[in-house]
Ligand binder design. Structure first.
Ligand SMILES: *Cc1c(COP(=O)(O)O)cnc(C)c1O
Length: 425
């Protein structure tokens, strides 16, 4: 659809026919009925497209995936049950035991664990790299069995902006795709495909849902990566799949090859499908995403500037601040705003941080981020509480780091709440 993102957010993906519901219908059905055995057989052979069992595909999910696909400027997309499932599928669709990939080390903790512990147990090795290294340095980590490069547009929780074009060059110079988690920027603030990214993932749990209602994930393929040009690296896509009667995805499905394979093999075997009910909530969130993101960024900018000017704040990281290390990359890749998440430290360290958090009234303490309500988390007291200050330092998370996620409230009310809490420390 050749429209602006605000319009696609409302009209993309689902095109009701005459007399059909205006809002995306929820197909609350596990299964579909067919007239003949052959009709059904053709679906199993991937000769015809259609629905037969919701573990693989459901029309509600597909409407929502297609909307997100249009918003990202992709060619094909799928929903998953969570962001974790999306990142796992995105990599596992092209990596198997004995393969290797490169990832920025500044990624979401859950993804770090998935890559560094669980996927390692499956025989898939990865190298965590400093994403700010120059291209020549990054190249040194590429091995003959390296199958992709991974990063986050804006990292959770450290708010670093990735140089997408540099990572795309690293990937493409080596005949492999770039996969990016675009959760924090959302397609409203950045469309990584426009800068050379091949595959985009999301935790739709965050801004896309926007209202803390449903855990979910998505994978969007640009369709731009030429699998056949690196055929020997990606046998799963470029040689016949015995579990599908010798069908070769890259030649049979063109720009839809990667998503078809992920659906036909990974969804079939792992079953991390989104529920159509949750897909519906995600769709409601998508409809207002393009209105919410500018307001979230405007609020965050005001709060970041307030925090930066307060003596009780030891340090702050927000790419919207002029002095921030990532200001220029933020301007380049997210000219309309980055996201609503920032992190900062309070003078006095861990103890004062706890006092500050406990004194807030409007801002909630929650293991969630990128929501319409303002919330915060203190990794040293919550997600990383088993670590000593020394271990926290090694993990790159200072003991005083507070992850602060700005929502849609009136920013003056948020600032008032912060001021009152700061007075108590
Ligand atoms: C939350 C998050 C995830 C994991 O998503 P879930 O929906 O919680 O499984 C992955 N990547 C990023 C950047 C996240 O913020």
């Amino acid at each position: 659809m050749d429209k602006k993102i605000d319009t696609i957010a409302l009209h993309g993906g689902y095109k009701p026919g005459n007399g059909e519901p205006r809002q995306v219908p929820i197909y609350q059905s596990t299964t579909w009925k067919y007239a003949t055995s052959e009709d059904m057989g053709d679906l199993f052979d991937l000769k015809a497209s259609g629905y037969f069992y919701t573990r693989l595909q459901n029309p509600t999910n597909d409407f929502v995936a297609n909307k997100l696909c249009e918003m990202e400027g992709g060619a094909a997309a799928m929903l998953t049950s969570s962001g974790q499932a999306a990142n796992f599928f995105a990599i596992f669709n092209i990596c198997e035991a004995g393969d290797h990939f490169i990832t920025s080390s500044s990624i979401y903790g859950g993804t770090y664990n998935l890559f560094g512990v669980t996927m390692k147990k499956m025989g898939i090795d990865c190298t965590f790299v400093d994403q700010d290294l120059p291209l020549e340095e990054l190249q040194k980590y590429v091995k003959p069995n390296t199958k992709c490069v991974f990063g986050e547009t804006i990292t959770n929780p450290t708010c670093c902006v990735l140089d997408i074009e540099k990572f795309a060059a690293l990937a493409h110079n080596n005949g492999i795709p770039l996969i990016m988690d675009n959760t924090f920027a959302t397609p409203v603030n950045c469309r990584p495909i426009e800068f050379g990214c091949d595959i985009v993932t999301h935790s739709t749990t965050k801004y896309i849902d926007g209202h803390g209602s449903s855990v979910g994930g998505a994978i969007i393929d640009s369709g731009n990566f030429d699998w056949m040009a690196s055929a020997e690296k990606f046998p799963g896509l470029t040689t016949p799949d015995e579990s599908y009667h010798g069908l070769t995805y890259a030649t049979a499905f063109g720009k839809g090859a990667y998503i078809t394979k992920a659906t036909a093999q990974l969804m079939r075997d792992f079953g991390c499908i989104q529920s159509p009910q949750n897909a519906y909530y995600i769709q409601l969130g998508l409809e207002s995403l393009a209105v919410r993101m500018p307001r979230v960024c405007q609020n965050a900018q005001k709060i970041a500037e307030f925090l930066e000017s307060d003596d009780r704040i030891a340090w702050i990281k927000y790419p919207g601040l002029k002095g921030d290390k990532y200001y220029d990359l933020g301007q380049k890749y997210c000219p309309n705003g980055t996201c609503g998440v920032m992190c900062f430290g309070i003078k006095g360290g861990r103890e004062q941080s706890i006092k500050f958090m406990d004194s807030l009234e409007l801002v909630t303490i929650a293991t969630h981020v990128a929501d319409c309500k303002t919330m915060l988390l203190h990794p040293a007291s919550h997600t990383h509480r088993q670590l000593s200050d020394e271990q926290l330092k090694e993990a790159g998370i200072p003991a005083d780091l507070i992850r602060f996620s700005v929502g849609l409230e009136d920013p003056d009310d948020i600032i008032e709440d912060i001021k009152k809490a700061l007075e108590k420390i």
